[in-house]
Design a protein around this ligand. Structure first.
Ligand code: ADP
Ligand code: MG
Length: 230
């Protein structure tokens, strides 16, 4: 589903003698896998995810996602690629002046769904994330955990093959964190490949999934599901 071969990335501003953000990273993720990416702040987690979403380009290495080799990917196919990848962030990125329902519907409209499809999908996906009773609320009327559930609903509504969650619990208290962790697990159980970054080891233990550790842009450990991560 996802393959990175010998991928390195140095941001333009860095001097050549500084450590790159990613340094010869190799990673293979199978369809339906859940992979937790751990590492301290600045270790390269977000950069790794941006390689997959094509938000940033690698300096070297090969990236393949869902059978598409990024070296042969033309600019006009990037929107198509992005539709297959759902992304959620620490800061939710909801539209503040739109209701829960409208936030999800808007994403579907942009992706080219008809009004009839949107009317059909939105209630189902809000049901999935447990927000059926908040459909007409504005983001400001929701808790952090609820906002993140809207963001997740919005990103999975298009039924992406891959969900990328970049520190989705970074702004949440404990209770909301576990709700989001359990929801992400459920989405993975329904068949979506998931990459989840965090620096919280408690989350790693709760997810009980394959865990890849990054330090200074290098993959330093790849711990299979069921093994204890320290
Ligand atoms: P993490 O997500 O693990 O905190 P990042 O991937 O954001 O790490 O960052 C890895 C390294 O790259 C850090 O040294 C960071 O300062 C640097 N970096 C990240 N984004 C940029 C950018 N847009 N421009 C320059 N340097 C960046
Ligand atoms: Mg980050």
């Amino acid at each position: 589903m996802i393959t990175l071969e010998d991928v390195s990335k140095r941001y333009g501003g860095l001097r050549a003698d500084e450590a790159p953000a990613l340094d010869s990273v190799n990673l293979h993720v199978d369809p339906r896998e859940l992979v937790v990416i751990v590492g301290s702040s600045g270790s390269g987690k977000s950069t790794l995810l941006k390689m997959i979403t094509r938000e940033e380009l690698p300096d070297k290495g090969r990236i393949m996602v869902g059978g598409i080799d990024y070296d042969t990917l033309s600019r006009k196919h990037i929107p198509h690629l992005r539709r297959r990848i759902g992304v959620v962030f620490q800061d939710f990125k909801l539209l503040p002046d739109r209701t829960v329902c409208e936030n999800v519907a808007f994403a579907l409209e942009i992706a080219g769904h008809t009004n009839a499809e949107t009317r059909n999908i939105v209630p189902r996906v809000l049901e999935l994330v447990g927000l059926a009773d908040k459909i007409n609320k504005l983001p400001a009327q929701l808790s952090g955990g609820e906002k993140q559930r809207v963001a997740i609903a919005r990103s999975v509504a298009r039924q992406p093959r891959i969900l990328i969650a970049d520190e989705p619990t970074g702004n949440l208290d404990n209770k909301n964190t576990w709700e989001i962790v359990d929801l992400v697990k459920k989405i993975n159980d329904l068949g979506t490949t998931v990459l989840f970054t965090t620096h919280n080891l408690e989350i790693v233990h709760r997810l009980n999934a394959r865990t890849v550790r990054i330090e200074d842009g290098k993959v330093v450990a790849d711990v299979p599901r069921g093994k204890v991560v320290r």
